[in-house]
Design a protein around this ligand. Structure first.
Ligand code: ZN
Length: 357
């Protein structure tokens, strides 16, 4: 493609040929998402596109809806840019492919629609509505994308579907749990990594590098990628230990497979469930981050982990309390973290926490 044929800026999105020239993954993905919107570039008038190359450009399409392919050679009458259109030479001059190509391009050019509102714009169609992109908010675009979203084919979604029969619709609540702002970024990150099944563990090391498949925490063979947070005896014991707090928040006496995988589903704002998730995601975070260390026999490991998790939850709560004091949001802190004084209380303006072990 010659340099003069380049389409600059956003208009590149209207061309099909530019994709392979994009070397940056970010822009490639942006382009893909943009294509999902099936956005159409609508020029404000002919002046706004007069220097655009007319081939491989989705603004101009043939009867089948495809952009025109550039001919190998350009006789003097062959158009190159929009400003060359329509071609008004006598058709008798046209030779070979140009006998049909030029009338077809001319016809397509006549069908071009302009926005007539003084701005170039992108319009896209969704199942619900048509939006003009230059004035649409990001939220509108995002909602439209979500509404049009096809069933996810992400590998972890499929795998979770196999083991938990988790429907695709449920992922909205799962991501809400992961991004709940009661969780600090490192806890969110552990939740994210475990849900994506994207981390090194004994199971993977045994499959990929022929290393020992034994779990460093419980000492048993890891049979799955998710052993450490779904099936490991250590985390199961610890969930049981913390039931003395979590079951007072939500009266269920067991942390079942779905909760271990994704946290409790929260339909309406529900502080009790959110706090239970805060505790259980903290447990998962500490176990996950310590999965590659050895602490001794299973009993010792469990005791040491409970200590670590208790310390971690306390330090998280102290930090959040300090922030709440600075921001004058102590009431909000109490409402979220001190439900029924299960985890602690405020005394003489100081936070007093319970012992977790
Ligand atoms: Zn284990």
């Amino acid at each position: 493609m010659s340099p003069k044929s380049q389409i600059k800026g956003l208009k590149a999105l209207s061309s099909t040929i530019h994709e392979k020239n994009i070397s940056n993954d970010f822009y490639k993905n942006a382009l893909k998402s943009f294509r999902m919107l099936k956005a159409n570039f609508i020029p404000k008038d002919i002046n706004s596109i007069r220097r655009d190359w007319i081939y491989d450009n989705t603004l101009l399409v043939n009867d089948q809806g495809d952009p025109f392919k550039a001919p190998r050679r350009f006789p003097p009458y062959a158009p190159e840019f929009f400003c060359d259109l329509p071609v008004t030479n006598n058709p008798r001059e046209f030779k070979n492919i140009f006998k049909t190509l030029i009338p077809s391009i001319n016809l397509s050019f006549m069908k071009l629609i302009y926005s007539d509102n003084g701005k170039d714009e992108y319009q896209f169609q969704s199942a619900q509505k048509s939006l003009s992109l230059y004035k649409a908010s990001f939220k509108d675009i995002y909602n439209t994308l979500l509404a049009d979203k096809k069933e996810s084919t992400s590998i972890w979604v499929e795998k979770w579907n196999d083991s938990t029969h988790m429907g695709v619709d449920e992922w909205v609540y799962i991501w809400k749990n992961v991004h709940c702002n009661m969780l600090s970024p490192k806890v969110q990150s552990s939740a994210w990594e475990t849900i994506h099944r994207n981390y090194m563990c004994s199971y993977f090391a045994s499959v990929a590098f022929n290393e020992s498949p034994m779990c460093k925490l419980c000492g048993r063979e890891e049979l799955t990628r998710t052993h450490i947070f779904l099936d490991c005896n250590i985390i199961l014991n610890i969930y049981d230990h913390f039931l003395s707090f979590t079951s007072r928040l939500v009266d269920i006496h067991h942390v079942n497979l779905l909760e271990r995988a994704f946290g409790l589903k929260i339909d309406n704002p529900d502080n009790n469930s959110s706090l239970r998730n805060f505790i259980n995601f903290s447990i998962r975070h500490i176990i996950f981050r310590n999965r590659n260390r050895k602490f001794g026999d299973p009993n010792t490991t469990t005791q040491k982990m409970i200590k670590k998790i208790g310390n971690f939850i306390q330090s998280e709560l102290y930090t959040k309390f300090k922030l709440a004091c600075i921001n004058n949001k102590i009431d909000k802190f109490k409402e979220l973290f001190l439900i029924d004084n299960i985890l602690g209380r405020i005394e003489n303006n100081a936070l007093v926490l319970v012992d977790f072990d």
